[in-house]
Design a binder for this molecule. Structure first.
Ligand code: PA5
Length: 446
């Protein structure tokens, strides 16, 4: 069984013929990806990553993960954007919701840093780590990302001060570019175990490299299954799979057709809050890949049914410029039924004996019908279960569809030139050496 896509509930808004009219274009885009003839073709390393990941490589990642597991009660993952969202997505999706509150833990607690510059956050983090046996996975492809570098400077010092240089050397791992960047220089000088982010894999497509695999393995999850799921999707969304059977091509075509018809915002929806960071990962993947040249669908996300009580009104009756893509989990991992209550003061006895998931599923179905009635096209992704294998499938499905969708849109889905604008201003405002001219210019504007 695989994850599957259903676009039936978009067909009152766009026609099936219009979606299928993309067949030749989607095929051409897929060929451009596979032949490396499209825009951004120096960043296509992700395309065959699952099927080319060797057993030896997985074993090496697992061995490093074991060292961290054996020597750390807490592991801090320092990274931002593509260097952290993928692993956080998997770890949060698969962890017990109350893991952090449990006294006895089977795996090190994974916490995150390097994804903001909040003094309160970093100060509270260093306080929390005081006296703890902690390790750090420092992830930065460029090695020059301020958020991550700043957090790592603090963490490295604290780890060495608390645990001694020798233990710190064992408990700090760097994942970075093969040659360039300060993270690489520091790792080499200090003798940290290092993994390389391949040159041809961009940050937001890097979850199936050590960037995602090492933290996920440290957290105790099965990276072989993750890769196996992704490899399966590589096949399912392969170049020679007919359009009608290729979920990545259909998804790419459908969302482009909706966009052409004024649906400028795509809302990714889940009914299990554990998927929150899968949504964050997806938002980056599509936002950074397609939002350029003054075009691109705006990727948004909601956690239902929670957000039905906050954003539900807007979705039901606000401006009709949105469509939804729902990720639905067929079978939950746990089993809980609604108890019967003699007094029935809350009037819920009509649910007694039903699984909680049945209630959730009816919320899902009821919402789909209401939103479609309200003018919101609805795509539906069905995931048999929430586990490593199907998350691997989901990742690769979205990545492949993103490449095709970006090419259909006519942009380079693999660059992110717009991200530099804020950095340039920040460096100028902070008088970073080398930014003297920019500093003068920006000061004059204040
Ligand atoms: O997708 C991307 O390229 C970005 O999100 C980067 O991953 C992010 O900016 C972090 O960059 P780096 O890994 O170089 O620190």
């Amino acid at each position: 069984k695989n994850i599957s896509l259903n676009i039936e509930k978009t067909l009152g808004f766009i026609s099936k013929d219009a979606v299928y009219a993309y067949e030749a274009q989607a095929k051409a885009c897929s060929e451009a990806l596979h032949n490396g003839t499209g825009k951004g073709n120096d960043f296509l390393g992700w395309l065959n990553l699952p099927s080319s990941t060797s057993k030896e490589f997985i074993a090496d990642i697992k061995a490093t993960a074991q060292i961290l597991r054996d020597n750390c009660e807490v592991v801090v993952m320092a990274g931002i954007g593509g260097s952290y969202l993928g692993s956080r997505a998997v770890i949060e999706a698969l962890s017990d919701s109350f893991e952090l509150l449990k006294e006895k833990k089977d795996s090190p607690v994974i916490i995150y840093a390097g994804h903001n510059i909040s003094e309160d956050y970093l100060s509270e983090l260093t306080d929390y780590l005081k006296g703890k046996k902690f390790g750090v996975i420092n992830i930065s492809k460029s090695g020059t990302t301020t958020e991550t570098a700043l957090a790592f400077r603090l963490l490295k010092k604290q780890c060495e001060d608390q645990r001694g240089k020798e233990t710190a050397q064992k408990c700090i791992v760097a994942i970075t570019d093969a040659k360039k960047g300060a993270a690489k220089v520091t790792a080499d000088k200090e003798g940290y175990k290092t993994y390389v982010i391949p040159d041809n894999v961009g940050g937001r497509f890097s979850v199936l490299t050590p960037v995602g695999l090492l933290p996920i393995a440290v957290a105790g999850f099965d990276i072989e299954q993750l890769i196996a799921g992704a490899a399966k999707m590589e096949e399912v969304c392969g170049l020679n799979v007919p359009f009608s059977e290729n979920p990545a091509a259909i998804y790419a075509a459908t969302r482009n057709e909706l966009y052409k018809n004024g649906k400028k915002i795509e809302i990714l929806v889940n009914y299990h809050p554990k998927l929150h960071y899968v949504m964050e990962w997806w938002k980056q993947l599509y936002g950074e890949s397609e939002g350029k040249e003054n075009k691109g669908i705006f990727p948004a996300a909601v956690d239902f049914s929670t957000d039905l009580h906050s954003m539900g009104q807007w979705i039901q009756e606000g401006e009709r410029s949105i469509f939804e893509t729902v990720i639905s989990i067929e079978t939950p991992n746990k089993n809980l039924t609604v108890p019967s209550d003699e007094a029935n003061l809350d009037g819920l006895n009509f649910l007694a004996g039903k699984r909680v998931d049945e209630v959730n599923k009816m919320a899902e179905l009821g919402t789909q019908i209401a939103h479609v009635d309200g003018g919101v096209p609805n795509l539906h992704i069905s995931m048999p279960q929430l586990n490593e294998y199907y998350i691997g499938q989901l990742f690769f499905f979205f990545e492949k569809a993103c490449g095709i969708s970006g090419y259909i849109l006519g942009v380079n889905p693999f660059n992110q030139p717009g991200v530099e604008a804020y950095k340039k201003n920040m460096f100028a405002l902070l008088n970073k050496p080398g930014y003297e001219e920019e500093s003068k210019a920006i000061q004059a504007r204040l």
